[in-house]
Design a protein around this ligand. Structure first.
Ligand SMILES: [Zn+2]
Ligand SMILES: [Zn+2]
Length: 338
């Protein structure tokens, strides 16, 4: 089968590799669609911190925002899964440790992360192996485009959940990329008023289209201030600004990561009585993401700018915008085209 392999920073090959064989407890999935995310770009560029602390190394088969059809199963897995469509958790915890047993398997010290950590082959390939217990079935009404948005949606749901949105709450989201826009959709669906700040005029316009009350290149002052502020950027300058911006007693939610540490003055958290929350993954949010999309409470389709073949992925990583791409920041890949 074909797989997209990153062999060194900004160096890639579309390789012929052996298809995966289902081990005990595993399913093999034919990947129908996979999204490219900021983490993939960091792996491609060589800037991802995991490459520098030994949690990941080249050659790498990346891709973790996938949807696909189960085509075979290993020992101990119900054969009725075959032919059905799923998304999967990125974080594959050991299942044995305290963290795994208390619903925090995404923080398991021994976890694999699909296409990210400890060498688990990713979804930018025709097929993928995954332990069946990490599969989540998607409804009949989801096409492949929507299916591929469930995983980023799960991250965004967790950010929104941590923001505790409610009618009357004013939320500032910094970053108008995929996660920022999806988080806006969830927060608005939960009743909050959302304001957004971004860099790109195209996605700033999308922010208004998804229902933000305001969106621009700089923060606007609003009556009553921001109850919650969210960092969905790759900019280490943002967290300190959010500490200053948030109303006393408010919340800061962080999902963006720069490759270098962001510095904040912790005294301000104390004096302003701020709650600060970090979000690592979408794992506990997957069922919620599916439910919000299924019920029509959010419609993430607007996030997708284009769908390309496996043969075009390298160009996209090198910064080429696919011809005919729409405004959406998310690029999807159909691995059956190469
Ligand atoms: Zn991602
Ligand atoms: Zn564990």
């Amino acid at each position: 089968m074909k797989a997209f392999v990153v062999t060194a920073p900004k160096t890639f090959e579309l390789q012929d590799v052996a298809p995966p064989i289902a081990q005990s407890g595993e399913a093999i999935v034919k990947v129908n669609r996979v999204g490219i995310c900021g983490t993939d770009v960091e792996f491609f560029n060589g800037s991802m911190p995991y490459l520098h602390d030994g949690q990941a190394k080249y050659p790498m088969r990346i891709g973790h925002e996938w949807t696909g059809t189960v085509i075979s199963v290993g020992a101990g897995v119900d054969a009725k899964l075959i032919g059905r469509r799923f998304v999967g958790d990125v974080m594959l915890g050991c299942g044995e440790c305290k963290r795994c047993k208390t619903g925090r398997q995404h923080t398991c010290a021994n976890r694999f992360e699909v296409g990210i950590r400890n060498g688990w082959s990713g979804a930018l390939a025709e097929q993928l192996a995954i332990p069946a217990r990490f599969l989540h079935e998607i409804p009949e009404s989801f096409d492949d485009t929507i299916g591929a948005l469930v995983e980023p949606g799960a991250n965004a749901w967790r950010v929104a959940d941590a923001a505790q949105p409610a009618p009357g709450k004013q939320i500032l989201i910094w970053g108008t990329g995929t996660i920022g826009l999806l988080t806006a959709q969830f927060c608005i669906a939960m009743g909050a008023t959302v304001h957004m700040v971004g860099k790109d005029p195209v996605t700033i316009k999308l922010a208004i289209e998804v229902g933000a009350a305001s969106a621009g290149e700089s923060v606007i002052e609003i009556d009553g201030g921001y109850d919650v502020v969210i960092d969905a950027t790759f900019d280490r300058g943002v967290p300190a600004k959010l500490v200053d911006l948030v109303e006393p007693g408010g919340r800061i939610v962080l999902i963006g990561v720069d490759n270098n540490s962001a510095m904040i003055d912790s005294r301000k958290l104390v004096f302003k009585d701020i709650t600060m929350v970090g979000i690592l993954s979408g794992s506990p949010g997957l069922p919620h993401s599916i439910e919000f999309i299924k019920s029509g409470r959010i419609n993430p389709r607007i996030i997708v700018g284009a769908t390309v073949g496996l043969n075009e992925v390298g160009e996209v990583f090198l910064g080429k915008r696919p011809t005919g791409a729409g405004a959406g920041p998310k690029i999807l890949v159909d691995p059956s085209k190469f």
